[in-house]
Write a protein that binds this ligand. Sequence first.
Ligand code: 5GP
Ligand code: MN
Length: 346
Amino acid sequence: MQEIESFKEVISSPKKIVITTHHKPDADALGSSLGMANFLLKKGHEVTVITPSDYPSFLHWMKGNDDVLNYEDKKQQTKANKIIADAEVIFCLDFSCLSRLQDMEHAVAQSKAYKVNIDHHQDPKDFADFRYWSTDAAATCELVYELIVELGEKEAIDEDIADCLYAGIMTDTGGFRHPNTTKNVHLITAELIDLGADNSRISRLIYDTNSINRLKFIGFAITRRLVILEDQQTAYFAISKKDLRKYNSKTGDTEGLVNYALSLDGIKVAALFTEREDGVKISFRSTEEIAVNKFASEFFDGGGHKNAAGGKSPLSLKETTEKFEKLIKENQKTLFNQLELIHEKN
Ligand code: 5GP
Ligand code: MN
């Protein structure tokens, strides 16, 4: 309570504000950042959104996209470092530990600015002066909406802000399908539509703007790169750098691929291993009863939500998938424990 009073006080007069989010931002990361940025701009602040990396082109429609600085771009990084050093307030959205900023971590950690963390991931690290955090929220965009309402500023949410926030809620609930799709999600979504969010347009912009290369890549991955461990109710994709090059893959082209593995009847754990320059990036997904975030943090230096988590591996792609297969077989009991208990009850 005291914290929110101090936050209100801080933003009650125009400030130099930086908004940032996690590496390789998704729709919730970028939507919450630009939604908040557009709100703060309206309130008279000087606002810069800086992302630790680039993000998929299907998010470029959001208002403010053209002014976002990409820290991975060397020229923009020099400019970004100056703006971070001068910032009076830094918003950290949709992540709970500064290491998810990757190369940008140092600049933000060094800054003496008042830090705000708005997030819905497990186990937040204690780096913020004001934390607006709930794991019950399906998306950071849901929390940004609630915070703006709590500030008594609901009428400041215009069509552009509503579009940004709607995008994050739509994608983090998997199109209103995941177990995190609560009554509150539907109520807030209804409010956002009322405030001008163009729901069917946003759905089209995000889900139905595939390039032919991406569609062919998904076809290739499903026919040639999908491994099914039937006894373990597990399926995974392993995508090499060569595969990505062959299909001229762009940032965002692998997004959603892991869901095809989870869509298989009888599959309860799905993974996507993508070979990158600096190691293997991993996405995990599971059905409601299984917690993959614990598995990700214990074995793959990661974390996330119960049914959608991520991690990384310094090993080769082949060594990483071998490690995964071994771990899945060894940990079947603990990983599937809750599931077995549910079955026993029935
Ligand atoms: P995705 O598979 O879509 O990249 O990520 C799924 C969820 O796990 C997201 O909420 C994302 O923020 C989180 N996540 C992805 N990679 C990592 C990671 O390396 N560390 C942690 N702590 N969380 C991650
Ligand atoms: Mn999120």
